[in-house]
Design a protein around this ligand. Sequence first.
Ligand SMILES: [Zn+2]
Length: 510
Amino acid sequence: MLIRKTVLIYFCLLFLLFSASAQTEALSKIDIPDLQEYLTYLASDELQGRCLGTEVDGLEITANYLADYSKEIGLKPAADSYFQPVPILHTLKSTDDFIEIKNKKGKLVYRSEELVKLNQTTSVFSLSREPVLFVGFGDNIELIDIKNKVVVVAQGSADSFTNTENFGWNRQLENRKMNAITAKSPKALLLITNPKDRENKTFKQLQGWLNRSGYSVRGDDNSSQPAVIVATAKVADALLGKKGQYEKYLKDVSAGSEAIPEVSETLSLKTGSEPELLDEKNVIAYIEGSDPVLKNEYIVFMAHYDHLGVGKDGDVYNGADDNGSGTVAIMEVAEAFASLDEKPKRSIVFLWVTCEEKGHFGSSYYCDHPIFPLDKTVASINLDMVGRVYDGPRDDVWKDSPKKVKDFDGLYTLSNDVWPELAEINEKYCAELGLEPDTSLPKARFLRASDHYHFHKNGVPILNYATGYHADYHKVGDEVEKINFEKIKRVADLCFLVGFDLANKEDIEF
Ligand SMILES: [Zn+2]
């Protein structure tokens, strides 16, 4: 009996030693010359700052580079290929918008080129000689039949109209109003800014925010949503047939009148332009878990591979730290996992996402269209800027930020509260590597600040590693010469150890 027990203990120890040495060997695959080679290329002028809209398609080149690398080290493609297509719409500022009011004889009484389309519906929206229906501030919308009608509603509330001179845009109030109205399927919603705002400050502000060219992720199908258009009180006056009439009408509404004005004028308008569709991509590769059951659970390592492109003056934003550093760290973490003879029980996913800088497009698209189920994703570990170490005065610009760049041992490790044990596991391996985890960043703000947000929003436990802001953040000075490769290696080592632990853990429940 005693002998058998001893033998058992011996074999256990042998197994531990063996797996420890397997881990040590895997960690040796994460090496500085590789990190230097990859980052020197990815952060070179040749790739023009890895961004949409540059002459050379640096995003495409980077995506291919990461896919070729994944293949070379033996990772599996997540789908038919290593790419997940991410459809991006490039909308140009439209040049032929107009809004027109005609009287019942068909005579033009008002025309302007100034209107703002507030929501993302069909790219071009137009109306031709439609009758309109005034609904005050939208308070009694439940009682009015607005289906298929063009509804005119006032910005703000009866209370704010009467009692304040604040014409600012109350996003919460307006969203609530718009949702209540559009839920009743009108043809369109025309939202009129406050007539007391004589200089149309709020309208001009909205114009500045929304009438620009820009990029967005193509939605699944929102074309059935009615369009929401914002215009000034001049349009409402023209519909009501007289200058000042709209303000008078709102005074009556505020005083309790429920009368709906009869309007014989009709409305025509056109807004928006046909966007260009861009085929961008996330790169996704994985190592299948060795356990027949647990292989259906996933650890996701993530980094965005895009940056800011080329400036107006031709300077290239190479983004060596942001986020070349995270991109290459994950390349090496992948190599370490790929080198293991016996693969971990759970599957390990390497997700390089596109267009973070434009608004987290790649990660939000992935979370809306996950290749690996999010409820089977036990952790998403996001690396965004892990390559700089504090070295004095040049970091002064961020001295008041809670996330100023760390010294060689420090590391921001942000987690959410979905599965608190994840933070403990992280701390254990930080200690093993001599890293000092800083968990003090305000979560409300920093959980939203990078790609991990979309996993967090979907209830996935997240970790985010970062070395912090430095004076070259989002500047042309974010160059490879200023990167501390030993620091990147320490972060990559940490990723491997945490990932290895998570991937082999018996029961994970949250
Ligand atoms: Zn970044």
